[in-house]
Ligand binder design. Sequence first.
Ligand SMILES: *Cc1c(COP(=O)(O)O)cnc(C)c1O
Length: 426
Amino acid sequence: MNYQRSSSLFATAKKYIPGGVNSPVRAFKAVGGDPIFVKEAKGAYLYDEDGNKLIDYIASWGPLILGHAHGPVIDAVVEKAKKGTSFGMPTEIETQLAQLAVSMVPNIDKIRFVNSGTEACMSAVRLARGFTGKDKIIKFAGCYHGHSDSFLIQAGSGAVTFGSPNSPGVTQGTARDTLLAAYNDLEGVKALIKANKGELAAIIIEPIAGNMGCVVPTTAFIEGLREVCTQNDILLIFDEVMTGFRLGRGGAQEALGIDADILCFGKVIGGGLPVGAFAARTEIMDYLAPQGPVYQAGTLSGNPLAMSAGLAMLTELNDRPEIFQSLADKTEYLHKGLDRVLSKKEIAYQINRYGSMISVHFTDSPVTDFTSSAKGNNERFKAYFHGMLAKGIYLPPSAFESYFLNDALRYADLDETIKALESLNL
Ligand SMILES: *Cc1c(COP(=O)(O)O)cnc(C)c1O
C-alpha cells in the first residue's frame, strides 16, 4: 500500500500543529512511521487520503460502536444542525439523553453533560472532594482518566509515597494529592488508605482497564475496593468512558455486579461527537452548581448536535441490546483466531479480552497491571502493527491500547484479519 499523500499531509500539518496532531497517540510515535490521514469512513472501513481501504479496529478509540457514519446518528445530527448548532440555553434533548442514560445505567439518578472524558473525570473528582470535604485521591498506574493535572501522575519512589508529576506543567502541589496504586493490588490500596487515614475523597479506576491494553480486575480486587471505600467513607469512581454503553446497557457496573458512587462517561455516549458526562445518585449530584456549591460549567456542554448523536446512539443500543452480545461473540472469534495463529509462531504472547475490548501483548507472563503490560516486546509489537497495516488492518498504534470492535465488522473481516496475521513474520 502507498501512503504518500498521508505522509505529505503530515509534513504540512507539522508546520502548523505541534507534532502534526491534536492528540499525541495519533502520531505513531510508539510504532514509528507517519500516521495515516483519513478521508472518510463507512461501517467498519476507513478510506485514507491515498485511496487505501482499511479494516478499522479503533472506531475513533471507542465511540463508534455501531460503525462509521451510522445512518440514524448521521441523520439525527444533520436534521439538528439545520435548526441551529448552539444556544447557551436549555434544550429538551439534553433531558431526553439524560433520562435515557439514567434508565440504562444502574445506580444513578442524575447526570451532567460535559464535552470530553477528560472533563468528566476532572469534574467527578472535584465533586467527590466537595462532597466528602477531603482532598486526596487514589488512582491506578496504567489507568488513564484524561489529561487533567490530577491524573498525570506516576509512582515516584514507591507506591506508598506521594506521586510525582509525569508531565512538566503539573505542579508538585497537585501531584501530592494523587496517590498511586497498582491495578489488582488490594493490599497496596489498603496500605495507602491506612497511611492517609481520613484524607481520601475518592478512588478512581477504569473498572475494566483499556489504557494498558485490556486488563480485567479480579473479583476479589474489585469487590475489595468497593468494601474498603464503603468502610472508609471514600467515594468509588468508575471511569466508564471506555466501558460505558460498550460492555452492555449498564456498563461495567452491571457486568461486574459492583455499584460505584460516581460514574464517568465519554466516547459512546456522544455517538462520535464531543460528549462526556458524569453521574451519581441525587445526594451527590445535587452538590453541583447551581443546586449546590461545587462549581462546574461549559459553554458548549449539552450541545444540541452532540446530544442528538448521543441520543440516536443510545436509543439504538437500548432497543437492540443483543448488539453487545454479538460484539462480544465477534471479539471472542477474533481472540480464538489470533490465538490459533500466534500459537504456531513460537513467540511469547498474551491475549486479554473482555466483551468487545481485546489486546495482544508480546510477553510470556499474564498481563494484570501496568508493570506486566509494560514488559511487552515493543519491537515485535511494531512489526505486528506495521505488518497488519500493510495488509489493510488498522490496529491501535500502541501496545497500551485496547482494540474496540464495532457492530459493522463482519465475520469475513475478522477472517481477513486472522489471515493477515498468519502471513506475518514476527
Ligand atoms: C478516553 C478516555 C478518557 C478521556 O476521554 P477524552 O474524551 O479523550 O478526554 C478518560 N478515561 C478513559 C478510561 C478513557 O478511555
